[in-house]
Write a protein that binds this ligand. Structure first.
Ligand SMILES: [Zn+2]
Length: 414
């Protein structure tokens, strides 16, 4: 059985970089020739195609948000000038926005994630994504096919129908959202089945909705379902996927991912949190530097699965919900992760500005074991948020309620 989707997944980082630089140069040349939007962007920045030779050079171009892409597509339908006027493709995807996308006809689109999750020929997989008016259904369908699986295009049919399909067809896998699989399992149990003992569904790949660790535990422990996550966006396709190690998501071979400071568009320091910005290497849709609005960071350490692509450390939140302390992001989801670890400990972050420098104070409610709680909080915060805390204050019970905001930004920029 093929361990990797293709040889690209195990090439050396140096070879990957050289290959991608070459493909990027090709995409820049083709884009400049075929896309009016690319020519405009180059003119605005005062650069020529020859100025982009490497991944680092991408920073000479602006980041394009979803809002900007939709604006252009509304002004100049269908593709906003990001592709040639005439294109040959087998289908055009439509998504709310509206976002129009030419199907790139790449074999590997979403295939890597399904392959890494273990789907192969012989698997029968329920594809519980809509096939209608969104890209999801068909695009995941083809990803499953390229991993070899047989697909049951059940879409968003009701849970009772999904349960019948799982039972009648001997379905072995599921792709959809975690909440939908949970609802299907509950329906099956209501109908008198034991999901774990009566059915053969043993593998699930989730996308489009975060998988909460507690729900993952329920799927894996209570129902014996091996779970995986994939990450992507309608505008650029698949971006990253989880391997069997389940410690971060490998970046797909066809995309260049930059982690940038959303206020400047330049890359952040190694390992820091920033916006995920994606360029999909292709010769049809010339969307350079698509800003997803998601925050993540890169894990550079080698993965024991053998794939050499760096990994994204999950999604820490959305750009608009985060605050920046000394240039580093702190997000509500990171703080909730700390809160889950520390169970009954209430805390609050207060950010002030002293002598032109951000000052981070953490207030923790504790009656006893104050030093121990302080230390545990400090270690957890360092591991999850990386920003250095300036002061930790232990306060009495009643000093803070569950309703108080987790982050209070008192900085005055005047
Ligand atoms: Zn891996």
């Amino acid at each position: 059985m093929k361990r990797y989707y293709d040889d690209g997944e195990t090439r050396s980082p140096e070879k990957r970089e050289a290959d991608q630089d070459r493909e990027l140069v090709r995409m820049v040349r083709a884009g400049y020739e075929k896309s009016v939007r690319v020519r405009e962007a180059f003119a605005e920045q005062g650069i020529e195609p020859a100025d982009i030779k490497t991944i680092d050079d991408l920073q000479k171009l602006p980041v394009i948000s979803r809002e900007t892409l939709v604006e252009w597509e509304l002004k100049e339908p269908p593709f906003g000038g990001f592709s040639a006027k005439e294109i040959v493709t087998e289908r055009i995807f439509i998504s709310p926005g509206p976002v129009y996308e030419p199907h790139l006809m790449e074999n590997s689109l979403w295939g890597r994630g399904y392959h890494a999750a273990g789907f192969r020929t012989g698997d029968i997989v329920l594809n519980a994504f809509s096939y209608h008016m969104v890209a999801a259904g068909l695009t995941f369908h083809e990803g499953l096919r390229s991993a070899g699986a047989t697909v049951v295009p059940s879409g968003t049919s009701g849970t009772e129908i999904q349960v019948s399909l799982i039972r009648d067809l001997g379905v072995t896998g599921f792709t959809g959202t975690p909440s939908f699989l949970k609802a299907i399992i509950e329906k099956a149990e209501d109908m008198g089945h034991s999901f774990k003992n009566d059915f053969s569904l043993r593998r699930a790949v989730f996308v489009a909705e975060p998988l909460q660790p507690s729900l993952r535990e329920v799927f894996e422990t209570d129902y014996g379902i091996d779970t995986y996550q994939m990450y992507g966006a309608t505008e650029v396709g698949d971006i990253a996927y989880e391997c069997i190690e389940k410690k971060g998501w490998h970046i797909c071979e066809e995309v260049i991912v930059e982690i940038v400071d959303p206020s400047t568009g330049t890359t952040v320091e190694e390992g820091a949190l920033g916006e995920v910005v994606v360029t999909r290497l292709n010769d049809m849709f010339f969307l350079f530097r698509f800003g997803t609005g998601d925050l993540s960071r890169i894990i550079k350490e080698p993965c024991s699965c053998g794939r050499t692509a760096v990994r994204l450390d999950g999604i820490a939140g959305r750009v608009g919900d985060a605050v920046k302390v000394r240039g580093l992001f702190v997000t509500p989801s990171q703080l909730n992760a700390i809160r889950n670890e520390l169970k009954d400990v209430d805390f609050q972050l207060v950010i002030t500005r002293e002598s032109y420098r951000d000052h981070l104070t953490v207030k923790i409610v504790a009656e006893k074991d104050k030093e121990e709680i302080k230390n545990r909080f400090g270690t957890l915060f360092h591991n999850i948020c990386t920003v250095k805390i300036d002061t930790i204050e232990v306060i009495e019970k009643g000093g803070l309620s569950k309703e108080d905001k987790l982050i209070v930004d008192k900085r005055n920029w005047k």
